[in-house]
Design a binder for this molecule. Sequence first.
Ligand code: G
Ligand code: G
Ligand code: MN
Ligand code: NA
Length: 254
Amino acid sequence: RSLEHDLRGAVAGGQLFLLYQEKRNVESDRMAGVEALIRWQHPTLGLISPADFIPVAEESALIVDIGRWTLDEACRQLRAWADAGGMPLPVAVNLSPRQFLHGDIAGSVREALAAHRLPGHLLELELTESVAVHDVDRAISIMYQLKELGVTLSLDDFGTGFSSLSYLMRLPVDKLKIDRSFIGGLQDSARSRAIVKGVIDISRGLGIHVIAEGVETGAQASRLRELGCVEMQGYFFGRPVPPAQVEQYRAAGA
Ligand code: G
Ligand code: G
Ligand code: MN
Ligand code: NA
């Protein structure tokens, strides 16, 4: 039996679940939102990382079902948080390229929002520039359809692609996430610092929000703060956790 075969049963079998990792605004010292990260509890193999099963899902078109499940589950959780009172935090969902390009993604997002009676601004979608590699005009047109729903569009893993800047020039994104490979070098590498500073300055010039991902130490956080970055995500602020733990953090004043 293959992973692909097992994955087919995972959605219906309730084996998928979402963890949430906080995004921190270091200026207000508050949680700015969370990113939903999928996990698969396989009945015999145990916990499987999305790094291992998302590529399999992408090859087999299963990504469409999984993606729809993820969107719906994140929106369901968002609704539950909103109903529990307090300021609802935006939830970010990762869209893989095939999910983004397949069928009517804006329609699926609209349905998920409507099913859970949510305003679009509470949902953030994380895309990578690879959605635009084959047909940039088509990607832009889909992005505008999504923006009409009021959702926030983020460019994930920024800086790791082949032509990040040219895509940044054209894609209507609201936010970019500086890839963690640049953050790791902040302390020791003048080149990493220069690149991170450049990206922060460029986004500011473009009026695009910027967040640093993979922040693992206080020293990295301080350095980013000096460079003008106020939103951060990474193990230093919190690991991906189950929803109940997000509620505990918030109750504790985060
Ligand atoms: O959570 P973790 O670091 O293990 O994620 C590994 C990879 O899987 C990352 O590239 C992340 O973007 C991706 N990923 C996590 N959750 C989802 C999801 O719900 N959908 C898609 N398409 N990718 C996801
Ligand atoms: O591709 P994307 O940026 O969506 O991937 C998010 C992945 O990064 C998740 O699998 C998450 O578990 C992982 N992650 C989150 N914070 C950190 C961190 O501080 N360090 C490392 N190495 N990985 C992280
Ligand atoms: Mn992401
Ligand atoms: Na990323």
